[in-house]
Design a binder for this molecule. Structure first.
Ligand code: NAD
Ligand code: MG
Length: 397
């Protein structure tokens, strides 16, 4: 009976790439899900269109100047409207059984926590919020009885593979990486890579920020940190393996040397469908995996020298006490500066490293215990990264 009951769902970041995949899955099962709330950053039209289509009870736009535009766009419907950060948090706090956290960046932290605190099932795509608040995020979820379902493809793979054994039997997890568009590039070419080149991901279609993070492998760095916090793993228990076809998403090695892997086409609707159905499985719309057609799966060791963002992630994790918050914040500043044409591609990792080193030298390092703690370290790191930006931009390699 419980399985056939209508579930209420909320999608934070409904107009983004993950939001789009999520809405697509919901569209395919209209009789099983009811939409409580939808949110977006500033695209009123796209948000209103979804709210109308799904009959959402609440729609929230982060841009505080767009409340009247949203109300106009939803005139004649029963959808309540809100604007500003508080409205995004309200959307997350409203009663929905299942919440997709798919805002991009640390801006998604407070909304994700609002869903966590009321004990919802939270499908977590927004890795930056976990990296920013890793010290307390999972503990807080456990306290509230919230179920965190990893929506990131690698972590979803690990979540599925981890069910084959228990913690004492686990040896390590392996996160795969496509290697991104610069996998085979020489360091000098990576240094000079353009925005257009960085936005050409070989396998996945994703939002702009994560696509640039994939090119720098900062995304894999964030994912190493994400895995550590999600599954309480030490840095030594997490390996990265380059796998250009993106068919195997994650593996878990157990003490008897069995290695369990999850496979699937590179389609985010697969891990999201797993989160939506959990603990059951729903019928997904994605293409079936045809390994004979794919022919071969290949693997390479990651190159920490050409992709220093990966090395820095392990350093941040070993340093702890806010270092991963700094890693993420500096990277957000660096990516925005790269998009704005202020720094070269190669300077992204240099800015993250300089910000981390400065913080390790001068910062007040203590375990983070609240969202305010995490956000204050995030702000300090953003200011520091912005201050270091001009000299990093000038530095020749
Ligand atoms: P995106 O840029 O396509 O979408 C981001 C969404 O968040 C949009 O709806 C946008 O309106 C909203 N948003 C942005 N800034 C906001 C703010 N300050 N306040 C409120 N809302 C805001 O990004 P995406 O690719 O969908 O990624 C979303 C998250 O999922 C990221 O954390 C990313 O790392 C993670 N993720 C994405 C993929 C993927 O395939 N796209 C895979 C794994 C993990
Ligand atoms: Mg991923």
């Amino acid at each position: 009976a419980a399985a056939s009951a209508v579930r209420s769902v909320t999608v934070l970041g409904a107009t983004g790439s993950i939001g789009d995949s999520t809405m697509d899955l919901l569209r395919g099962a209209r009789d099983r899900y009811r939409v409580e709330a939808l949110t977006a950053n500033s695209n009123v039209e796209a948000l209103a269109k979804l709210a109308r289509e799904f009959g959402a009870r609440f729609a929230a736009i982060a841009d505080p100047t767009k409340l009247s535009a949203l109300k106009d766009a939803l005139a004649g419907t029963r959808t309540e409207c809100g604007a500003g950060e508080s409205a995004i948090i309200e959307a997350a706090a409203r009663p929905a059984d299942w919440v997709m956290a798919a805002v991009s960046g640390a801006a998604g932290l407070k909304p994700a926590l609002a869903a966590v605190d009321r004990g919802a099932s939270v499908a977590l795509a927004n890795k930056e919020c976990l990296v920013c608040a890793g010290d307390f995020f999972m503990e807080r979820a456990a306290k509230a009885g919230a179920c965190i379902l990893p929506a990131d493809s690698e972590h979803n793979a690990l979540f599925q593979a981890l069910a084959s054994g228990d913690r004492a039997e686990l040896v390590r997890v392996i996160i795969t990486a496509s290697g991104g568009p610069f996998r085979t590039w020489a360091p000098a070419d990576i240094e000079q890579a353009t925005l257009e080149q960085a936005l050409k991901h070989p396998n996945w279609s994703m939002g702009q920020k994560i696509t640039i993070d994939s090119a720098s492998m900062m995304n894999k760095g964030l994912e190493v940190i994400e895995a550590s916090y999600l599954f309480a793993l030490t840095p030594d228990e997490i390996d990265v393996l380059v796998h250009p076809q993106s068919i195997i998403h994650g593996m878990v090695e157990f003490s008897d040397r069995s290695v369990m892997a999850q496979l699937g086409a590179p389609d985010m609707r697969i891990p999201i469908a797993h989160c939506l159905g959990w603990p059951d499985r729903i019928v997904g719309p994605s293409a079936r995996l045809d390994l004979a057609k794919i022919g071969q799966l290949t693997f390479e060791a990651p190159d920490f020298a050409r992709f220093p963002g990966l090395r820095l992630a392990y350093e941040a994790l070993r340093t702890g006490k806010g270092a991963t918050t700094v890693y993420n914040a500096a990277n957000e500043v660096a990516v925005a500066a790269f998009i704005a044409g202020k720094i070269k591609f190669g300077a992204i990792a240099r800015l993250v490293e300089a910000t981390m080193n400065d913080w390790i030298r001068t910062g007040n390092r203590a375990p983070l215990v609240s969202a305010d703690d995490a956000i204050s370290v995030d702000h300090v790191a953003r200011n520091k990264a912005a201050a270091l930006l001009p000299q990093i931009a000038l530095k020749a390699t």
